[in-house]
Design a protein around this ligand. Structure first.
Ligand SMILES: [Ca+2]
Length: 183
């Protein structure tokens, strides 16, 4: 009886140990799968946000061009016309009048950009888009790339920038930049 008892006890201990290893293996595999899946979901969400931002920025550019064709001037507040401060960025509070002008606050009350405007338009990461216009009507628009570097886009009348997912200005010339530029 004793021998039989010891034999069963050893077998049960062995079985229990094997089950624990199996359990840990399964938990490890699930953890890896969850990590992979979570990364994939996050990437999919961010890709969708980037597409949304680019489409909205394209709308802003198209609306501004349509406004320029309609009124032969850019959709900026009256007092900004005739100045030569072509590097003036419109973002945050200073961008609100631009969106209001495009949303119908213009002589013909024409809607160029169909948005309920109560403030500046924000990108999907919660940061205001930044707009630069060809304020000296040269046919080119210069925007601030990095604090020490301006870029000029030939043939552009408006440049719209989003700081992207990291909500920080990155050098758009580099592939590591998550900033989005539409013109
Ligand atoms: Ca960025």
């Amino acid at each position: 009886m004793n021998l039989h008892f010891h034999h069963r006890s050893a077998a049960e201990r062995g079985k229990a140990a094997f089950t624990l290893i199996e359990l840990l293996t399964v938990i490890a595999i699930i953890a890896i799968l969850v990590t992979i899946l979570w990364a994939a979901v996050r990437k999919a969400i961010n890709d969708a946000k980037e597409k949304f931002a680019a489409a909205e920025m394209r709308e802003i550019v198209n609306a501004s061009i349509a406004y320029l064709q309609q009124y032969e001037k850019l959709p900026v507040p009256e007092e900004h016309h005739g100045g030569d401060d072509q590097l003036r960025p419109y973002s945050g509070a200073s961008a609100t009048p631009v969106y209001q002008i495009l949303a119908g606050d213009n002589p013909l009350e024409k809607v160029f950009l169909d948005r309920q405007v109560t403030g500046p338009l924000l990108d999907p990461w919660g940061t205001s888009y930044i707009l630069w216009f060809d304020l000296n009507y040269s046919g080119d628009t210069t925007y601030v790339n990095t604090p020490s570097d301006n870029n000029t886009v030939s043939g552009a009348r408006v440049v719209v920038r989003s700081y992207g997912r990291n909500r920080t200005s990155d050098d758009v010339d580099y592939k590591t930049s998550d900033d989005i530029l539409v013109y």
